[in-house]
Design a protein around this ligand. Structure first.
Ligand code: GRF
Length: 219
C-alpha cells in the first residue's frame, strides 16, 4: 500500500473521490493525512469523517513564505508519504518544498494545460470563446501549473453554459475520474517522472493520456 498525503484548501470533492476509492480498495493506496492551509476548508471535515488525520497549518501564522513551506514540508514528511497530492490547494509552494517531493507530487488543474494556467479558468474559457474545456493531472514542478502532464479529460463547451455550470460539469464528468485513475497508476508503479518526462508503463509519453485510457472503476 502506498502512503498518500493530500494538500487541500477548499471543499475537497477531489479528496472525497480519493477517500472513497481508497476505502473501496481500488487505489492500492491509503490516505494517511490531509493538510490544509485554511481552518475552514470543508476538506478537513471530510478527512475527519473518514478517520484520516486532518491537520491545519494556517499560512497567516508564518510571516515568511519560506517558513510556511518548511513547516508544511516537515508536517508532510512526518507522515512518510510515497505520494503527495495537491487537490484544490491554493498556495504556491517554493522550490525547497518541491525539491523534497520531486517526482512524487501531483496536482489537478481545471483547464487543458498549457491553456489557462492559474485562476478563474472557467471564466477564461468563456471569455476566450474556447470550443473545448477540460482538466489536467500533472506532476508538480517549480513552474506554476507547468509540470509534465499525465492525463487530460475534455468536453465541448455547451452553448449557454455559465462559468459555474462549466465548473460543475468539469468536476463531475472529468476531475473526479481522472485524478483517482492517475493516483492508482502511480500507486501501482506504472507512472513516473524521468528526465522531466512522464513515463507510463516504461514508455515516455509524447502526449498526455486521455479519457479513453481510463480503466474500471474510474471510467
Ligand atoms: C478543482 O477544480 C481543482 O481542479 C482545482 O481546485 C478545485 C478543487 O475543488 N485545483 P475541490 O476542493 O476538490 O472540491
Amino acid at each position: 500500500m502506498k502512503r498518500v498525503v493530500v494538500l487541500v484548501s477548499g471543499s475537497g470533492r477531489n479528496l472525497q473521490a480519493l477517500l472513497d476509492h481508497a476505502a473501496a480498495g481500488t487505489l492500492q493506496a491509503s490516505i494517511v493525512g490531509v493538510l490544509s492551509n485554511r481552518a475552514d476548508a470543508y476538506a478537513l471535515e471530510r478527512a475527519r469523517l473518514a478517520k484520516v488525520p486532518a491537520i491545519c497549518l494556517p499560512h497567516q501564522n508564518y510571516p515568511e513564505r519560506a517558513d510556511f513551506d518548511r513547516a508544511l514540508a516537515d508536517a508532510v514528511s512526518a507522515l512518510a508519504p510515497d505520494i503527495v497530492l495537491m487537490a484544490g490547494f491554493m498556495r504556491v509552494l517554493g522550490d525547497a518544498f518541491l525539491e523534497r517531493f520531486a517526482g512524487r507530487m501531483l496536482n489537478i488543474h481545471p483547464s487543458l494545460l498549457p491553456r489557462h494556467p492559474g485562476l478563474r479558468t472557467h471564466d477564461r474559457v468563456l471569455e476566450a470563446g474556447d470550443s473545448e474545456h477540460g482538466a489536467t493531472v500533472h506532476f508538480v514542478t517549480p513552474e506554476l501549473d507547468g509540470g509534465p502532464r499525465i492525463i487530460q479529460g475534455k468536453f465541448r463547451v455547451p452553448a449557454q453554459h455559465t462559468a459555474a455550470m462549466l465548473a460543475e460539469k468539469l468536476m463531475t464528468e472529468i476531475e473526479l475520474r481522472i485524478y483517482p485513475q492517475a493516483v492508482a497508476w502511480f500507486a501501482r508503479g506504472e507512472l513516473g517522472l524521468e528526465a522531466g518526462r512522464v513515463k507510463f508503463r516504461g514508455v515516455p509519453l509524447d502526449a498526455p493520456l486521455s479519457l479513453q485510457d481510463l480503466e474500471d472503476p474510474f471510467r
